[in-house]
Design a protein around this ligand. Structure first.
Ligand code: ATP
Ligand code: MG
Length: 281
């Protein structure tokens, strides 16, 4: 039997999340099969406006495949996906993007020959073409300062000094930041980050975590963050989902999830559970 932790999401101050806060994405019993392999196995999860949610789990647990499903990149074998009240099951990525879903890829996908600034400008052009009813911020004055221009986005992600370099000339960790900038340029409501801290130094991971917090706090984004750097992730998110062999085995505040027996056995191990036992959501 699943030992899923049935604790509702709570804010950093410990107050329960207001159930009236809109659900931006509702994944219902999502399953993705590749031939005989079930990569995602009946996963249900709701993501509400303003949440910062972590997804963890062993290699091959289905984390990326779940992201692919909830961004339209991979059509689920079964299940339902509703974004901002619209049923988008079976729709293509651009429809998810039009409903405010943006994501990064585990291997950054930037335009190597284009300048850093132009990589961002490309995404903004896309946001500009979005039908009016999908423009979430009202008129241009309603757009958070950081999302207004390529240069404001570059400033937020800390790449403003590198704007005129070709993307191929920046370091792998800067490429990750650029990919986040490209996702932000589509002016999303829901941002999906797939291992954006992979390969970074410990100091860079902390900086990345701070940037992620700022995007949620200052830009009012909902962020779902997949990462193997569990200790840091658990310090920054208020809710964490654990996937194991395609199944969701836990969903709740970090402090509860790290004590969950099934999670410890499947992923964290006792040592890690001790290390992270002090995390405060
Ligand atoms: N396009 C595909 N075709 C066939 N099998 C796939 C495909 N994509 C993923 N898989 C398989 O599905 C399972 C889940 O993979 P997925 O990439 O979602 O895991 P993950 O949790 O993101 O792992 P990691 O932490 O290593 O990134 C794995 O067994 C993987 O080999
Ligand atoms: Mg992955």
């Amino acid at each position: 039997m699943s030992s899923e932790v049935h604790v509702s999401h709570s804010r950093p101050d410990g107050t329960p999340h207001d159930p009236h806060v809109p659900v931006l994405l509702d994944a219902h019993e999502v399953t993705v099969r590749f031939g005989g392999l079930t990569a995602v196995d009946g996963v249900s999860a709701q993501f509400r406006a303003g949440e910062l949610v972590g997804i963890i789990g062993p290699n091959g647990a289905g984390k990326t495949t779940f992201f692919n499903a909830i961004s339209g990149v991979q059509m689920p074998t079964s299940g339902r996906l509703v974004a901002s009240g619209r049923n988008l099951t079976g729709r293509k990525p651009h429809r998810f993007a039009a409903h405010g879903v943006a994501r990064t890829f585990q291997t950054p996908r930037t335009f190597a020959e284009m300048r850093v600034r132009d990589n961002i400008a490309f995404g903004l052009k896309f946001a500009g073409r979005r039908p009016r009813k999908y423009v979430f911020w009202g008129d241009e004055d309603g757009v958070p300062w950081a999302l207004r221009t390529p240069d404001s986005i570059l400033k937020l992600i800390g790449l403003d000094q590198l704007a005129d370099l070709p993307a191929a000339a920046i370091t792998p960790s800067q490429q990750r930041l650029l990919e986040i900038g490209m996702a932000l340029a589509t002016r999303p409501k829901l941002l999906l980050l797939d291992e954006v801290a992979a390969g970074l130094t410990e100091g860079e991971i902390e900086d990345m975590a701070r940037l992620i917090r700022r995007m949620r706090d200052e830009l009012d984004l909902t962020v779902i963050w997949i990462e193997h750097a569990v200790t840091i992730l658990l310090k920054h998110v208020e809710r964490v989902i654990v996937l194991h062999q395609g199944r969701k085995i836990a969903d709740g505040p970090p402090a509860d999830v790290v004590r969950d027996r099934e999670v410890i056995e499947a992923y964290l191990g006792d040592e890690m559970a001790d290390d992270t036992a002090g995390v405060t959501p």
